[in-house]
Design a protein around this ligand. Structure first.
Ligand code: SF4
Ligand code: SF4
Ligand code: FES
Length: 384
């Protein structure tokens, strides 16, 4: 059934650095069928109404990653967002679709941001190529299937920058290496052909804007149109760095993580007053003293405003309620090795086509013969 065109209002964020004017919003009416994309509407406006509208695009099929924008306050691909979907999410039940440039990157013109200044600079920071020290084989390098499945998720990245746009840590610390670049780093740390696993992990752990700068806000997971889940890749890098390679970084990131989990194991529910000193070896450890002194004004303010009491700061108020939970922790930690399931690839055994969680026909992988891709656990540390 052919759907008739509907009228939508596109509210575009305009900015022309050459004009000397501040950025402003401009409304345009456009008539198009609801299944057409936001990019279609913008290109129609540019062709028929205002040739000066700035938007970057190429494939129009969610492959090249060049049309990243924010639509109704959420990052996404303009070519991969239907008008009717965008209108449903619009404010006031209207058909007003608000489009603005991605965040955390300087705006060059209208909806075009400077990807070189932020996104690509950070990708280059993680040495985004394979470093191989094995002799070149006569034919190809043979890689275990499980290892390739493990990195498939990061290989699906189209470098659109949507995750960078929404990263809360990067908003606070623009030097943070960021979700896209760290996901790229996992692509090589997870590849058995790469000879620099330890060096990469050490470098990213020691960088004060590296692995431990992520605040687990999940925004990059929601933002990614390809299901790369950058935060999950960052957590994998951390586990490899801290648990498998025992890298004790100068930022105290690994010790802080350890203190955090130990705190929950001990108390059942986080006892926040202990996390800071425990991250530095405990209240009585000389390394903890300067940090506690530095935090003293905040602690005193919290006490004065009754956000905490002396009793709660010293003893966990609900510890007894969760007595016994540490046994669960211990039983998990006693296991000899950790298994990780890559849930990105799903499908069936023996030649059945396996669908990769993501989107679009480009994301369909062929099921590896004899391999159940749904259950492809990899023992951490193997194939490395
Ligand atoms: S989870 Fe980490 S990397 Fe992802 S958006 Fe939040 S702070 Fe950034
Ligand atoms: S991880 Fe996802 S959101 Fe980030 S650049 Fe890659 S495809 Fe885009
Ligand atoms: S134009 Fe290529 S991803 Fe949108």
């Amino acid at each position: 059934m052919i759907k008739s065109p509907l009228q939508y209002t596109l509210r575009l964020r305009r900015f022309n650095p050459e004009s000397g004017e501040m950025p402003y919003w401009q409304d345009f009416k456009v008539e198009l069928e609801g299944h057409r994309s936001v990019l279609d509407a913008i290109l129609k406006l540019r062709d028929e109404v205002d040739g000066s509208i700035g938007i970057r695009c190429s494939c129009r099929q969610a492959i090249c990653g060049s049309c990243g924008v924010r639509i109704n306050d959420k990052p996404g691909l303009a070519c991969h967002t239907h008008l009717e979907r965008a209108a449903q999410a619009a404010r006031e039940g209207s058909r007003v679709i608000q489009v603005e440039p991605m965040g955390n990157m300087p705006v060059m013109k209208d909806l075009i941001v400077d990807m070189d200044a932020v996104h690509w600079k950070k990708v280059h920071r993680v040495t985004p190529w394979l470093i191989n020290r094995q002799p070149t084989p006569e034919r190809e390098h043979i890689v275990p299937r499980q290892s390739m499945i493990d990195v498939t998720q990061t290989m699906a990245c189209i470098q659109c920058g949507a995750c960078v746009s929404d990263c809360l840590s990067m908003e606070v610390d623009p030097e943070f290496i960021g979700p896209a670049a760290l996901a790229k780093a996992y692509r090589f740390v997870g590849d058995p052909r790469d000879a620099w696993h330890y060096e990469r992990l050490k470098d990213l752990s020691e960088d004060p804007h590296g692995l431990y700068d992520c605040s687990h806000c999940w925004m990059c997971i929601d933002a990614c149109p390809k299901g790369v889940a950058p935060m999950s890749q960052i957590m994998r890098l951390r586990r490899l760095a801290g648990s498998d390679h025992h890298i004790e970084d100068h930022n105290n990131g690994h010790r802080h993580e350890h203190a955090f989990t130990e705190n929950i194991r001990r108390n059942g529910l986080l006892h926040e007053a202990d996390v800071l000193p425990d991250s530095y070896g405990g209240k009585l450890n000389p390394r903890a003293v300067p940090v506690l002194l530095y935090s003293l004004p905040v602690i005193l303010r919290a006490l004065a405003r009754r956000k905490i009491t002396f009793g709660n700061a010293l003893l966990h108020p609900h510890r007894r309620r969760f007595k016994g939970l540490h046994r669960l922790f211990d039983s998990i930690q006693r296991r000899e090795s950790r298994y990780e399931l890559n849930l990105y690839v799903s499908g069936y055994d023996s030649g059945e086509p396996a669908e990769v969680a993501g989107s679009g026909p480009a994301m369909v992988a062929t099921g590896a013969s004899g391999l159940d891709t749904t259950h492809a656990p990899r023992r951490q540390g193997e194939d490395r």
